[in-house]
Design a protein around this ligand. Structure first.
Ligand code: SAM
Length: 216
């Protein structure tokens, strides 16, 4: 019988490699945020990336090399650049012009990374660009209404696709207990998704929840 190891959960193109003697997640591509490099490999910092934290914590993302990905809340490209290093076509949605400019430079050396200056709450504005039936939606929008954003973008996801969602409690409500906020977000999500795994990301990101879900 094969023994499952942590690395079994990593997509092709994501590896654990040693940087200065410390084993870290890594992808192959041009550096974007000052991360350490070793030849063509670049370290993936889980303290700067919720998806990186989900991998570090051993969550089963279901992501595979060459997957088509819709990434919501790309900011200046820290995480989505790692995704585009191993995935197939990667559509990166960001609505703030300033980080979107940096995102464009991260995309320069990544022909499969498509930057979209758009509001993730208005999927109809980018529906003509994003291909149908993406394999994964990665969402890290840190805004009020995070479940609604996931539900509104469900239309892009293949029936057997995955939602990889980072929920920031404080973006929903700064005063409530994060566990109560997460429970409300999960209840709302269940209108369109079945939750497969949930895990707090506090080791890397305070008051954040990682969720893996599939469309109902
Ligand atoms: C926590 S940051 C994302 C960090 C990024 N995911 C990373 O790991 O590199 C959240 C981003 O979501 C963006 N955002 C918030 N609401 C949005 C919306 N409705 N549509 C598009 N982007 C949004 C913000 O401008 C911000 O850049």
């Amino acid at each position: 019988m094969e023994v499952a190891t942590m690395s079994d959960q990593l997509p092709a193109g994501v590896e654990r490699r040693a940087f200065d003697g410390v084993e870290r997640l890594a992808t192959r591509g041009d550096p974007v945020y000052g991360e350490p490099t070793d030849g063509e490999w670049r370290a993936w910092d889980p303290t700067r990336s919720k998806l990186g934290a989900m991998f570090e914590l051993g969550m089963e993302t279901g992501l595979e090399g060459d997957d088509t990905v819709l990434y919501l809340g790309a900011a200046s490209g820290t995480t989505v650049s790692h995704v585009a290093d191993f995935a197939g076509p990667t559509y990166a949605v960001e609505f703030a012009p300033r980080p979107a400019r940096d995102l464009l430079s991260a995309a320069q050396s990544r022909p499969r990374l498509f930057s979209l200056l758009a509001d993730a709450r208005k999927p109809e504005t980018y529906a003509h660009v994003v291909e149908a039936d993406v394999d994964a939606i990665v969402q890290d929008v840190a805004t009020r209404g995070q479940a609604r954003v996931a539900l509104e973008n469900r239309r892009f996801l293949a029936d057997d696709g995955r939602l990889l969602l980072a929920v920031k409690a404080r973006s929903e409500d700064v005063t409530s207990d994060p566990d109560d906020v997460f429970a409300d977000v999960e209840t709302e999500l269940e209108a369109g998704y079945e939750i497969l795994e949930r895990r707090r990301l506090d080791e890397y990101h305070t008051d954040h929840l990682g969720v893996v879900a599939r469309p109902k």
